[in-house]
Design a protein around this ligand. Structure first.
Ligand SMILES: [Zn+2]
Length: 220
Protein backbone atom coordinates (compact mmCIF):
# COMPACT_ATOMS: atom_id res chain seq x y z
CA UNK A 1 0.00 0.00 0.00
CA UNK A 2 1.26 3.41 -0.92
CA UNK A 3 1.53 6.21 1.61
CA UNK A 4 -1.04 8.23 -0.33
CA UNK A 5 -3.52 5.34 -0.07
CA UNK A 6 -2.80 5.10 3.64
CA UNK A 7 -3.43 8.86 3.97
CA UNK A 8 -6.73 8.44 2.18
CA UNK A 9 -7.72 5.65 4.62
CA UNK A 10 -6.85 7.89 7.58
CA UNK A 11 -8.91 10.69 6.01
CA UNK A 12 -11.90 8.38 5.51
CA UNK A 13 -11.70 7.25 9.14
CA UNK A 14 -11.62 10.86 10.36
CA UNK A 15 -14.54 11.84 8.10
CA UNK A 16 -16.54 8.88 9.44
CA UNK A 17 -15.86 10.02 13.02
CA UNK A 18 -16.95 13.55 12.09
CA UNK A 19 -20.21 12.20 10.59
CA UNK A 20 -20.86 10.11 13.69
CA UNK A 21 -20.52 13.14 15.92
CA UNK A 22 -22.92 15.45 14.15
CA UNK A 23 -25.51 16.81 16.56
CA UNK A 24 -23.53 15.95 19.70
CA UNK A 25 -22.99 18.74 22.23
CA UNK A 26 -20.14 21.08 21.47
CA UNK A 27 -16.98 19.69 23.02
CA UNK A 28 -13.89 17.84 21.82
CA UNK A 29 -14.24 14.11 21.47
CA UNK A 30 -11.14 11.99 21.33
CA UNK A 31 -10.72 8.67 19.48
CA UNK A 32 -7.83 6.22 19.32
CA UNK A 33 -7.23 4.22 16.16
CA UNK A 34 -4.46 1.79 15.30
CA UNK A 35 -2.83 1.18 11.92
CA UNK A 36 -0.56 -1.71 11.04
CA UNK A 37 -0.21 -1.73 7.28
CA UNK A 38 2.13 -0.79 5.63
CA UNK A 39 3.52 1.07 8.65
CA UNK A 40 2.38 0.93 12.22
CA UNK A 41 1.31 3.78 14.45
CA UNK A 42 -1.46 4.96 16.71
CA UNK A 43 -3.77 7.70 15.52
CA UNK A 44 -5.41 9.98 18.01
CA UNK A 45 -8.26 12.05 16.55
CA UNK A 46 -9.84 15.00 18.34
CA UNK A 47 -13.06 16.33 16.89
CA UNK A 48 -15.32 19.23 17.76
CA UNK A 49 -18.33 20.22 15.69
CA UNK A 50 -19.00 23.86 16.37
CA UNK A 51 -20.04 27.06 14.66
CA UNK A 52 -17.59 29.20 16.62
CA UNK A 53 -13.97 28.84 17.59
CA UNK A 54 -12.95 31.03 20.52
CA UNK A 55 -9.50 32.37 19.65
CA UNK A 56 -8.33 32.62 23.24
CA UNK A 57 -10.14 29.73 24.88
CA UNK A 58 -10.14 26.90 22.39
CA UNK A 59 -8.25 23.94 23.75
CA UNK A 60 -6.41 23.00 20.56
CA UNK A 61 -6.40 26.05 18.37
CA UNK A 62 -5.65 28.95 20.69
CA UNK A 63 -1.93 28.65 19.95
CA UNK A 64 -2.50 28.43 16.19
CA UNK A 65 -3.98 31.79 15.10
CA UNK A 66 -3.68 30.83 11.42
CA UNK A 67 -6.13 27.96 11.94
CA UNK A 68 -8.55 30.20 13.84
CA UNK A 69 -8.42 32.57 10.87
CA UNK A 70 -9.07 29.63 8.50
CA UNK A 71 -12.02 28.57 10.63
CA UNK A 72 -13.53 32.01 10.15
CA UNK A 73 -12.91 31.82 6.39
CA UNK A 74 -13.69 28.20 5.57
CA UNK A 75 -15.59 26.86 8.59
CA UNK A 76 -12.96 24.42 9.76
CA UNK A 77 -9.56 24.25 11.46
CA UNK A 78 -7.19 21.29 11.34
CA UNK A 79 -3.93 20.62 13.12
CA UNK A 80 -1.65 17.62 13.05
CA UNK A 81 1.31 16.46 15.09
CA UNK A 82 3.46 13.35 15.13
CA UNK A 83 5.50 11.62 17.80
CA UNK A 84 7.91 8.73 17.91
CA UNK A 85 11.53 9.63 17.39
CA UNK A 86 14.59 7.41 17.45
CA UNK A 87 14.43 6.78 21.18
CA UNK A 88 10.80 5.80 21.28
CA UNK A 89 9.39 2.46 20.26
CA UNK A 90 5.99 3.63 19.06
CA UNK A 91 4.86 6.15 16.52
CA UNK A 92 1.79 8.29 16.97
CA UNK A 93 -0.09 10.84 14.91
CA UNK A 94 -2.53 13.25 16.47
CA UNK A 95 -5.02 15.14 14.32
CA UNK A 96 -7.43 17.73 15.71
CA UNK A 97 -10.37 19.06 13.74
CA UNK A 98 -12.91 21.75 14.62
CA UNK A 99 -15.62 22.01 12.01
CA UNK A 100 -18.83 23.94 11.49
CA UNK A 101 -21.77 21.61 10.94
CA UNK A 102 -22.43 23.18 7.51
CA UNK A 103 -18.96 22.17 6.31
CA UNK A 104 -18.79 18.49 7.27
CA UNK A 105 -19.36 17.32 3.68
CA UNK A 106 -17.27 19.98 1.99
CA UNK A 107 -14.70 18.69 -0.51
CA UNK A 108 -12.32 21.33 0.81
CA UNK A 109 -12.45 19.84 4.31
CA UNK A 110 -11.66 16.41 2.85
CA UNK A 111 -8.77 17.78 0.80
CA UNK A 112 -7.29 19.55 3.81
CA UNK A 113 -7.55 16.50 6.10
CA UNK A 114 -5.82 14.51 3.39
CA UNK A 115 -3.04 17.10 3.32
CA UNK A 116 -2.55 16.94 7.10
CA UNK A 117 -2.70 13.12 7.16
CA UNK A 118 -0.11 12.78 4.37
CA UNK A 119 2.07 15.45 6.06
CA UNK A 120 2.17 13.58 9.37
CA UNK A 121 2.67 10.18 7.69
CA UNK A 122 5.75 11.68 6.02
CA UNK A 123 7.13 12.67 9.44
CA UNK A 124 6.77 9.17 10.88
CA UNK A 125 8.71 7.58 8.01
CA UNK A 126 11.49 10.15 8.39
CA UNK A 127 12.54 8.70 11.75
CA UNK A 128 11.62 6.22 14.46
CA UNK A 129 10.28 2.67 14.06
CA UNK A 130 8.90 3.29 10.56
CA UNK A 131 12.06 4.93 9.23
CA UNK A 132 12.38 4.55 5.48
CA UNK A 133 15.64 5.20 3.63
CA UNK A 134 13.66 6.74 0.74
CA UNK A 135 12.33 9.41 3.08
CA UNK A 136 15.55 10.13 4.91
CA UNK A 137 16.17 13.79 5.80
CA UNK A 138 18.49 15.60 8.14
CA UNK A 139 16.40 16.03 11.29
CA UNK A 140 16.79 19.59 12.64
CA UNK A 141 18.06 19.94 16.19
CA UNK A 142 15.32 20.72 18.74
CA UNK A 143 16.74 24.22 19.27
CA UNK A 144 16.83 24.95 15.53
CA UNK A 145 13.20 23.86 15.30
CA UNK A 146 12.18 26.00 18.29
CA UNK A 147 13.83 29.11 16.83
CA UNK A 148 12.35 28.47 13.37
CA UNK A 149 8.84 28.19 14.82
CA UNK A 150 8.73 31.93 15.33
CA UNK A 151 9.00 32.77 11.62
CA UNK A 152 8.92 31.61 7.99
CA UNK A 153 11.99 29.39 8.43
CA UNK A 154 9.74 26.77 10.01
CA UNK A 155 8.26 26.01 6.57
CA UNK A 156 11.67 25.29 5.08
CA UNK A 157 13.16 23.13 7.84
CA UNK A 158 14.79 20.08 6.25
CA UNK A 159 12.12 17.69 7.52
CA UNK A 160 9.21 20.09 6.91
CA UNK A 161 9.87 20.61 3.18
CA UNK A 162 9.01 17.03 2.14
CA UNK A 163 6.09 16.85 4.59
CA UNK A 164 4.65 20.15 3.40
CA UNK A 165 5.04 19.38 -0.29
CA UNK A 166 3.81 15.78 -0.17
CA UNK A 167 0.81 16.88 1.91
CA UNK A 168 -0.03 19.73 -0.45
CA UNK A 169 0.44 17.42 -3.46
CA UNK A 170 -2.23 15.09 -2.05
CA UNK A 171 -4.53 18.04 -1.46
CA UNK A 172 -3.90 19.24 -5.03
CA UNK A 173 -4.62 15.79 -6.49
CA UNK A 174 -7.90 15.71 -4.59
CA UNK A 175 -9.02 19.28 -5.27
CA UNK A 176 -7.85 19.65 -8.86
CA UNK A 177 -5.70 22.67 -8.01
CA UNK A 178 -1.98 22.91 -8.62
CA UNK A 179 0.40 22.30 -5.72
CA UNK A 180 1.40 25.95 -5.96
CA UNK A 181 -2.21 27.12 -5.61
CA UNK A 182 -2.66 24.93 -2.54
CA UNK A 183 0.62 26.23 -1.12
CA UNK A 184 -0.43 29.86 -1.60
CA UNK A 185 -3.81 29.14 0.02
CA UNK A 186 -2.03 27.48 2.94
CA UNK A 187 0.47 30.30 3.43
CA UNK A 188 -1.86 33.28 2.91
CA UNK A 189 -3.33 33.28 6.46
CA UNK A 190 0.23 33.53 7.81
CA UNK A 191 0.76 36.53 5.54
CA UNK A 192 -2.52 38.11 6.66
CA UNK A 193 -1.52 37.66 10.30
CA UNK A 194 1.87 39.27 9.70
CA UNK A 195 3.65 36.04 10.63
CA UNK A 196 5.43 36.10 7.28
CA UNK A 197 6.08 38.84 4.71
CA UNK A 198 5.36 38.67 0.97
CA UNK A 199 9.07 38.16 0.07
CA UNK A 200 9.29 35.38 2.69
CA UNK A 201 6.21 33.71 1.22
CA UNK A 202 7.88 33.85 -2.21
CA UNK A 203 11.05 32.37 -0.71
CA UNK A 204 9.12 29.46 0.83
CA UNK A 205 7.37 28.81 -2.49
CA UNK A 206 10.65 28.74 -4.37
CA UNK A 207 12.21 26.29 -1.89
CA UNK A 208 9.17 24.01 -2.12
CA UNK A 209 9.14 24.25 -5.91
CA UNK A 210 12.83 23.32 -6.13
CA UNK A 211 12.25 20.28 -3.90
CA UNK A 212 9.20 19.28 -5.96
CA UNK A 213 11.17 19.47 -9.18
CA UNK A 214 13.89 17.26 -7.69
CA UNK A 215 11.28 14.71 -6.70
CA UNK A 216 9.23 14.69 -9.90
CA UNK A 217 6.23 16.41 -8.33
CA UNK A 218 4.49 18.86 -10.64
CA UNK A 219 4.32 22.16 -8.76
CA UNK A 220 2.59 24.57 -11.16
ZN1 LIG B 1 5.42 19.03 9.89
Amino acid sequence: MQLSELSQNITNDILRLIQQNVGKPERYRSFDLEYKDPIYFDLKVNIKITDTLHPTRDLYFKTIPSEVLKFEKFGFAIDGDSFGGDNEDGAEIEISVAVDQTQINSPKLQARILDVARHEVEHIVQRGPNFSQDHKVKIPRPLTREIAKSDYRYFILSDEIPAQVRGLAEEARHSGQTVKECAIEYLTPFLELGFITRPQLEKVLSVWEAWSTQHNIKFT
